[in-house]
Design a protein around this ligand. Structure first.
Ligand code: HEC
Length: 145
């Protein structure tokens, strides 16, 4: 083989090698992209399993430590109706809630608040309220009268 032929052969070899390399790198990137694309849309992460990104389980509504005050719940959920007394709801600060409390007792009002009564939806729309939070809210409404 003469020198020129040897050079040509070596150049071809290098070219071939780099093409092969480039192809395999490209294939690796492509493979990752494909795996990425075929991932399921959602993964199940069981509460309390800290290996899947959710961390510690969220405190439950009835955990006490995270309980909202009666005033907070009232302002956010109950004032929509009770501030003005629409739909014939006992109007805030009017004495009507105390009158009902005298008639039914706090437990009675709590029970109807949980189940809903007349035009009032169950839990007064505070679906994640614990019984304790609802009771504190009713107490807040009574205390305001
Ligand atoms: C969509 C309007 C609405 C919202 C929101 C609402 N209420 Fe009421 N509520 C009413 C109406 C109307 C009544 C009167 C129902 C009746 O006597 O027929 C009522 C009555 C009550 C009573 C008296 C129940 C009884 O047995 O006499 C309590 C206690 C009460 N609401 C608490 C709450 C609390 C606490 C919230 C918020 C967490 C709340 N309500 C949110 C409309 C509402």
């Amino acid at each position: 083989m003469n020198k020129l032929a040897a050079k040509a052969a070596s150049a071809l070899c290098t070219l071939g090698l780099s093409v092969a390399l480039a192809t395999s790198v490209y294939a690796a990137v492509d493979r990752d992209a494909i795996i990425d694309r075929i991932q399921p849309h959602g993964n199940i992460c069981v509460a309390g399993d800290e290996t899947c990104g959710l961390g510690a389980p969220a405190p439950s509504a009835s955990a006490g430590a995270s309980a909202r005050t009666g005033e907070e719940v009232y302002n956010r959920f109950c004032a929509a109706c009770h501030a003005s007394g629409i739909l014939e709801s006992p109007k805030f600060g009017s004495g009507q809630m105390s009158a009902r409390a005298a008639e039914k007792g706090l437990d009675g009002l709590l029970a109807t608040s949980i189940s809903g009564i007349g035009a009032m939806p169950p839990k007064g729309t505070c679906n994640d309220c614990s019984d304790e939070e609802l009771e504190a809210t009713i107490q807040f409404m009574i205390d305001a009268e």
